[in-house]
Design a protein. Structure first.
Length: 227
């Protein structure tokens, strides 16, 4: 029995080392991507961006993440790849992939409770933002953007019920995608807009993943990582 306990402890220590290495790799990839955006090095952004979500998903796996969280992050990865293109069809496919990721998050948040005042704030922000953006969006993107905004806002709102960490992640995801939408509508943008989009997006995904992992029961983690 002591040998079994030693083996289990050894696997756990090894898993923790791998997890820390993956998290560090994710943070380094984020830093590289943001630096490339600031410097205008497009090739660096094209290389770094597709690495982000797979690294974060792999880290989440080492922490015993629910499969739904891993799916949400990988849908984000697919969206990241398609949004590297400029074509409208690629934008729609990317948006659809992110929408699927939001559905995964909503499944994870299905048993949480959001305060009524906060839900009212998110609802008001949704209606106001869509109403303001609507005239300036390309006609073929108005309905898809409105539908996606509804799903995104629902995810951001429900994330708050999991705790402040996940709630901050949901709010930052909403901010990041709002910056994208204002760019599509050709509104005035901050300097180096892609930097702010990626900064808020990466922080959002990390906070959402962390918020979920903090609420994963210890027994569930052990059952998922002991095999």
């Amino acid at each position: 029995m002591p040998q079994v306990g030693t083996a289990v402890a050894g696997r756990a220590a090894s898993r923790d080392r791998i997890g820390r290495a993956l998290l560090l790799s994710f943070l380094l990839a984020v830093g590289c991507d943001l630096a490339c955006l600031c410097l205008g090095t497009d090739i660096g952004h094209q290389i770094a961006k597709p690495l982000l979500m797979p690294l974060l998903a792999a880290y989440a796996v080492t922490r015993g993440a629910p499969r739904t969280l891993v799916a949400a992050l990988l849908f984000g990865w697919i969206g990241d790849v398609f949004l590297l293109g400029d074509a409208d069809w690629a934008f729609l496919v990317g948006m659809g992939s992110f929408a699927a990721g939001h559905v995964c998050y909503l499944v994870l948040f299905r048993r949480t409770h959001t305060s009524t005042p906060l839900a009212a704030v998110y609802g008001t922000a949704l209606v106001g933002t869509v109403a303001l953006l609507w005239p300036d969006l390309p006609a073929e993107l108005r309905i898809p953007v409105a539908g996606y905004s509804l799903l995104l806002t629902a995810m951001a709102c429900r994330s708050s019920g999991l705790g402040p960490v996940a709630g901050a992640g949901g709010a930052l995801f909403l901010l990041s995608d709002t910056l994208i939408a204002t760019g599509v509508a050709e509104w005035p943008q901050p300097p180096v807009p892609d930097f702010w989009i990626m900064l808020t997006y990466c922080a959002a995904q990390l906070l959402l993943a962390t918020g979920v992992l903090l609420r994963v029961p210890q027994a569930y983690r052990e059952s998922r990582t002991s095999v």
